[in-house]
Design a protein around this ligand. Sequence first.
Ligand SMILES: C[S@@+](CC[C@H](N)C(=O)[O-])C[C@H]1O[C@@H](n2cnc3c(N)ncnc32)[C@H](O)[C@@H]1O
Length: 289
Amino acid sequence: MNTSGAVAVSSNGPSDFVLSDGEYKRICELVREHTGIALFESKREMIYGRLVRRLRALRLSGFAPYIAQLEKSDTAELEEFINAVTTNLTSFFRESHHFDHLAKEVLPAISRRAQGSGRLRIWSCACSTGEEPYSAAMVLREQKELLVGIDARILATDLDTQVLATASAGIYAQERLESVSQARVARYFQTLSEGVKGKVKVSPSLQELITFKQLNLMNDWPMRGPFDVIFCRNVIIYFDKPTQKILFERMAELQRPGDFLYLGHSESLHRVTDRYELIGRTIYRRVED
Ligand SMILES: C[S@@+](CC[C@H](N)C(=O)[O-])C[C@H]1O[C@@H](n2cnc3c(N)ncnc32)[C@H](O)[C@@H]1O
């Protein structure tokens, strides 16, 4: 779990272990194979910093034995490796225009269509520590009059097991709530008792809307959909174009024409797929087949 993209260098200096060109290339291949993430030379120092911690934890003499261990498909270490290489930066109501669109456009339309019974399904496909699905859950709770008789659920998935554990616990440092209004803090967060100072827990009313599951976007997806809305934000930047294309073709199969897809601020479907049309700032709508 890495909550910033910052370069991490060991406290004893980067020369403790030597990462050769060949070893870095092999690590990039393993990252690609297990996560879909395409690494470049520019990420070398960051990856070095993150993996040196694993070398120390395992008391290894260098990168070569570490690579050998990963190549033996050591499942436990592969999980640590994946958790170490992912970047998990997120926040509540990040890119808030998506939550406004959900509240003002999507939910009223679903309410009109459902006419008192129906379902709403949202997928947060790279949910990190959970702020994204919990923000969506707050919107659903606030628009509950639109959702009367509608079975509303959020599926929140990520590859990284460490961030998912944080997400399902729903416990955050108080500072994480800076982007949440006072009214929402009062309504959806509970201060924890003595001993866990400075921490808050999300309310059961949000947690009960969300199912957290581990899912690698590169592997099979067990869900059938359809999803009215998919949050796929700030994850495809790590994938190359052919991988993005495959991913969105698969997502299009889980959505009906008219359903929505939200991307991150620096992401776009331009020259990736024509299954979606851009209808607003990083807001896409699934087109007819
Ligand atoms: C920068 S965070 C984005 C969090 C959130 N969507 C947001 O926009 O604030 C990227 C997340 O993508 C996840 N990720 C990376 N590769 C993945 C993959 N192949 N399958 C599923 N999740 C992946 C990482 O673990 C990380 O939590």
